[in-house]
Design a protein around this ligand. Structure first.
Ligand SMILES: [Zn+2]
Length: 68
């Protein structure tokens, strides 16, 4: 039995993608999405923001550059 991994389930298409930035260990910034996705922790805030924005665009979600 093989499951088709490329097929998008209804639950995934309905999932909200709200990406925001968060500070990690003082000097790092990471983008985090409400779907559970996380970017790598970056020293550069703009780099983390760029990755977060890419994720929001990819999944038609929302991006907030505010660091929480
Ligand atoms: Zn997401």
């Amino acid at each position: 039995m093989y499951e088709d991994q490329t097929r998008v389930s209804p639950q995934e298409t309905m999932m909200q993608h709200e990406v925001h930035l968060r500070r990690v260990q003082q000097h790092f910034v990471q983008a985090a999405c409400s779907c559970g996705w996380l970017s790598a922790a970056r020293r550069s805030e703009s780099l983390a923001a760029e990755e977060g924005r890419d994720h929001a665009i990819l999944y038609d979600g929302a991006f907030s550059a505010e660091i929480t």
